[in-house]
Ligand binder design. Structure first.
Ligand SMILES: Nc1ncnc2c1ncn2[C@@H]1O[C@H](COP(=O)(O)OP(=O)(O)OP(=O)(O)O)[C@@H](O)[C@H]1O
Length: 247
């Protein structure tokens, strides 16, 4: 279970909080979607939960491990799939994954077979020894995903894992995440793909200006809104139609 209490982040020099007094409980084995317009605070929230960004105030714990006291244990049970590729372009897919696996203490034949298994399942088996710089966006996204799950994390954080990929890669990624979830991985992910989130998530929260403005099962939220046919209608009803440009 992920327990978030009054979590807040104000960036240095910023006038307002990017995430403000956010409370949330995410149950074990849920697929939880964090949705919101540009600048709502999704990446800030997921970066704090992934220990990539220090909260300004508030706290959270994952499976009973408080982030302040159990930093190292937490790193072992969580997997992180960031929005930006963290891959080395001049190394091969296999070499990149070996590097990421070794950071989690995996090694030898065990690591090798894990890498090849994941590459196969995600359709990248034949590309193991090709350099990342020759890969398409969808292939890089799939490698990025494998890098975050090689150590079999109990809780997986993904920041827009299907952004900028074709429908085939998107399906491969979502199907794979569904399999991981079936095997017991709790998933928390951000996305702008509302149709994808509607079908993939057990629950979602819509955030805006750093606060949760509604949460629940996608089907329940759609039912609650008389005129909503889908999650996108709920999203627009809650967040409005004004553009959210920020710099
Ligand atoms: N490093 C930073 N320094 C200062 N302000 C930041 C920084 N990163 C994000 N922000 C601000 O915090 C707010 C939330 O940004 P964040 O990236 O978390 O939103 P988001 O919901 O992930 O947006 P997007 O959908 O565009 O990825 C925005 O107003 C943004 O300008």
């Amino acid at each position: 279970m992920i327990e978030i209490n009054q979590l807040s982040k104000k960036y240095k020099g910023a006038e307002s909080f990017s995430v403000h007094n956010l409370d949330l409980r995410i149950r074990e084995k849920e697929v939880f979607g964090i949705l919101g317009p540009n600048g709502a605070g999704k990446t800030t929230l997921i970066s704090m939960l992934s220990s990539l960004l220090k909260p300004t105030k508030g706290s959270f714990s994952i499976n009973g491990l408080n982030y302040r006291e159990h930093t190292q244990q937490l790193k072992q049970i969580i997997g992180i799939v960031p929005q930006e590729y963290a891959l080395y372009p001049t190394l091969t897919a296999y070499e990149n994954l070996r590097y990421f696996g070794s950071m989690y203490g995996l090694k030898g034949a065990h690591l090798k077979s894990k890498i090849h298994d994941h590459l196969e399942v995600l359709g990248l088996g034949p590309f193991a020894d090709k350099k990342i710089k020759t890969f398409s966006g969808g292939m890089k996204r799939r490698i990025n995903l494998i890098a975050g799950i090689l150590h079999a994390p109990k809780v997986l954080f993904l920041d827009e894992p299907t952004v900028g990929v074709d429908v085939q890669s998107k399906n491969a990624i979502i199907d794979y995440l569904k399999e991981l979830n079936k095997k017991g991985t709790t998933i928390l992910y951000t996305s702008h793909h509302l149709n994808e989130a509607e079908h993939f998530c057990t629950r979602i929260a819509i955030i805006d200006l750093g606060s949760i403005i509604c949460k629940g099962k996608p089907s329940a939220l759609i039912d609650e809104h008389v005129d909503a046919r889908n999650l996108e209608d709920v999203f627009l009803a809650k967040t409005g139609k004004a553009l959210r440009d920020y710099a």
